[in-house]
Design a protein around this ligand. Structure first.
Ligand SMILES: [Fe+2]
Length: 408
């Protein structure tokens, strides 16, 4: 057995595996480094490291990789093959990972929450629950997940500040802005590299339309989050929202080119940011020139994924905006087949909400504003189910209002 930095035991054959797990979690907290790389390298030399397979697989899923991707299957099989030889806590992690890979993110979140009842310092469970709920728009559960375990945490527990950052975001998405801002600022004061806490405070300012403060907050903290390979593009995206509200579109385009668009095809969350920003710019009447073209190429590998409805809606935006009718057609056929063949919750969300939003987006871009208003309006009270944040989904509210105004 090995012990992580929070004192939790896990199965491993080599003493250095504990260090690899701690390094991966450290990277994960600050959205930096290569946590998957650490874990895969360790599994090569310590193949019984079941938690490594779980964390690797979950990081891929949370990053937007399709559950059907062969790597997810490999990691799940590797973890399950060792299930009988690991502790009950590790078995629960394997089961939760399997549920998440099965398209049941909310249930997986509840399984990670159940681990926290007995092991409230299990940061991997806390973080996985947080991510899972975020991906299916379960704000109240995201808030409660952290609230449940906070009494067991204090300054002396490693990652305490990072837990506060997660708590701040759950509070913000639940509309508790004062408590969220206080908790988020506290977390940033404890560790300025806590870019998820920076992000939570930026969300508060965005939701309260405190544009000047939001710009100042992100600018003053940027030196500490620009290291964060996996989140910095999204924080730059956040900076663009108040700049756009002020009409500073040249600056937004410059930030897009310099800080948001520099992502590769595997960074699905970043592709969402790029797409959302271009869509919002066009809603403001700004010519984004040929910027859609590169984005469509990056999305091309994901048209059969259907990992999350939020991503599907953004693929539809990019495909229809770039005029890629063939690719758009293939994407819609693939989405239809996915809905027909998939009965899990992800498939239901796609069928009940995601498809209508895609149809609305496509109609809007083609100038059929009445149809766009009908499609998006029909599901507007369920849009949270596609996951992401209130600020990300605000794009549909703006599109719906624009469609209604133009279609009237
Ligand atoms: Fe955000």
């Amino acid at each position: 057995m090995a012990t992580d930095k929070l004192g939790l035991e896990f199965t491993a054959a080599l003493p250095e595996t504990a260090q690899a797990f701690n390094d991966a979690m450290d990277d994960y907290m600050v959205f930096d480094g290569e946590p998957v790389g650490h874990l895969l390298a360790t599994a090569e030399v310590d193949p019984d490291f079941a938690m490594g397979y779980c964390l690797t697989g979950c990081l891929r899923l949370f990053g937007g990789v399709s559950a059907a991707h062969p790597r997810i299957n490999l990691e799940l099989r590797a973890a399950k093959a060792r299930r009988s030889r690991v502790s009950a806590r590790e078995q629960a992690h394997i089961d939760a990972f399997e549920r998440a890979a099965g398209g049941e993110m909310c249930q997986a979140g509840q399984m990670w929450d159940a681990i926290l009842v007995d092991f409230p310092h299990d940061m991997m469970a806390a973080k996985c629950a947080h991510e899972a709920y975020y991906l299916v728009g379960e704000a109240a559960r995201m808030r409660q997940s952290v609230q449940n375990i906070l009494p067991a945490w204090h300054d002396g527990v490693p990652y305490y500040g990072f837990l506060l950052g997660m708590g701040a975001f759950g509070l913000e998405e639940s509309g508790e802005y004062r408590a969220a801002e206080e908790m988020g600022r506290r977390a940033v004061a404890m560790d300025p590299r806590d870019c998820w806490a920076v992000h939570a405070v930026a969300h508060v300012m965005e939701m309260e339309r405190r544009g000047e403060e939001g710009i100042a907050w992100l600018r003053q903290t940027s030196e500490h989050w620009d290291h964060a390979k996996w989140l910095r593009g999204h924080l730059w995206w956040h900076l663009c929202l108040p700049l756009m509200a002020q009409g500073d579109f040249d600056r937004v385009l410059a930030i897009f080119d310099q800080h948001v668009s520099d992502c590769d095809k595997d960074m699905v969350t970043r592709l969402n940011d790029c797409t959302s920003l271009l869509w919002r710019l066009e809603l403001n009447g700004i010519d984004v020139e040929d910027r859609w073209d590169q984005l469509v190429d990056l999305w091309a590998d994901h048209i059969n994924d259907h990992a999350f409805a939020l991503a599907d809606t953004h693929i539809a935006m990019a495909m229809v905006s770039a005029g890629g009718e063939k690719k758009l057609g293939r994407f819609l056929e693939s989405q239809h087949a996915y809905i027909e063949g998939e009965s899990n919750t992800n498939g239901q969300i796609m069928e009940q909400v995601g498809r209508a939003l895609c149809e609305g987006i496509i109609a809007f871009r083609r100038g059929d504003h009445a149809l766009a208003a009908e499609k998006i309006g029909a599901v507007h009270d369920q849009i949270h189910r596609i996951g992401g944040s209130n600020a990300q989904r605000d794009l549909f509210r703006i599109t719906l209002e624009t469609a209604r105004a133009k279609g009237a």
